[in-house]
Write a protein that binds this ligand. Sequence first.
Ligand code: AMP
Ligand code: MG
Length: 346
Amino acid sequence: MKTKRWFVDVTDELSTNDPQIAQAAALLRENEVVAFPTETVYGLGANAKSTDAVKKIYEAKGRPSDNPLIVHIADISQLDDLTGPAPEKAKTLIKRFWPGALTLILPCKPGALSPRVTAGLETVAIRMPDHPLALALIRESGLPIAAPSANLSGKPSPTKAEHVAYDLDGRIAGIMDGGPTGIGVESTVLSCAGDIPVLLRPGGITKEQIEAEIGPILVDKGLSDQNEKPISPGMKYTHYAPTAPLAICEGSPERIQHLIQEYQQGGRRVGVLTTEENAGVYSADYVKSCGRRAQLETVAAELYDALRSFDEKKVDFIISESFPDTGVGLAIMNRLMKAAGGRVIR
Ligand code: AMP
Ligand code: MG
């Protein structure tokens, strides 16, 4: 399949009859899959009402079929067609954070979506992305759009159109290139299906921000305890992983440098994932600086690009610094832990 590429300048006001958006939306209506930028990562979109269309997402990504998809909407009026009545706390969060990086799990209206979207669950994950191109495309398609991250399953999520092309060129109908995404980690997933909301995946909107609006929430035990089964089916899979094995080291940069030397003496090429503050400390085979520790949002924005860069450098082993688990640090550590398959050096 030849993958179409469109370049859209999102720094300009988008025209309401942009021919590129019209073309991409037409493909979505024909049940083809199209990648597009959101404020978190690039998504791989398809008509959420069509099983034919949604199947193509799973095929292109190689995604396990028991891992449900997030449905993206552009207008709040689309919500009523898809879900039952939202609990009060969900309404509060929608008012405060949509459009934005918060996905809510709500009861699904029977028959409203392809059962492949929800992987047969009675709930559905929904969000409204805060990105002009994503919103314009969804609106123009007139459809609810199922969209997981636009990467091959298991790889780091794409934060640039080049990442999407690297993974999926020839496997999907089109890629809308709107430049790099902003936040860089995926949306926060919060279940509002029960009485007390439960955090299923930390992401762009922090736990602290959510609790400031609706009070204390629960955190799925599966997030921190390897022995607990996560509520969110997707959270049990290895994810975000570079080709070389990665370990997170909780020690000081000096301790990490010591480790690097040990591995190198054993004949291995070692990469290190660090931040601007510490990059000068290391003499590894490849030193990748990823944002500033003093401002964790910058680390989130560059994390997946940094993880992908190790594949080109042909290192045998990667050591990452560790980060505080507050604010967006919780999402950063969650993704790093998955990329590391839980390997931590204490
Ligand atoms: P992705 O599409 O790759 O950003 O991942 C979406 C995440 O949301 C995965 O971890 C899914 O398992 C999770 N998810 C989607 N729908 C549901 C649902 N109905 N209940 C619980 N988790 C869900
Ligand atoms: Mg994903």
